[in-house]
Design a protein around this ligand. Structure first.
Ligand SMILES: [Zn+2]
Length: 97
């Protein structure tokens, strides 16, 4: 499976867990932030792209990049380098309670 191939190494396994948790439980249904690039996604997330790699949605541009990565036309950005994971690593949580 593609998803398994993409998640090599401990950093990416941890990143996948973080991203899945965010997408499944914390990503807002409206006006969310793309966990890949960190850009604001105006309107319902269902207008944007369902991620091929993680639970939840990414912006249309990152969705296109995922498709090109999936087709082998682009090198995949490691999950550990996604904006959500970088911010988490730097102590900046996206979760507001
Ligand atoms: Zn994005």
């Amino acid at each position: 499976m593609i998803r398994v191939n993409r998640v090599k190494g401990t950093a990416n396994v941890i990143a996948l867990q973080l991203l899945d948790e965010y997408g499944m439980f914390y990503q807002p249904n409206d006006d969310a932030i793309c966990p890949c690039c960190g850009k604001f996604m105006r309107g319902p997330v269902s207008r944007h792209a369902k991620s091929r790699w993680v639970a939840g949605y990414v912006c249309s541009q990152c969705g296109l990049m995922e498709a090109l990565e999936d087709a082998g036309l682009l090198d995949a950005v490691p999950l550990s380098e996604w904006a959500y994971v970088r911010d988490w690593r730097n102590g900046h949580s996206w979760l507001w309670f």
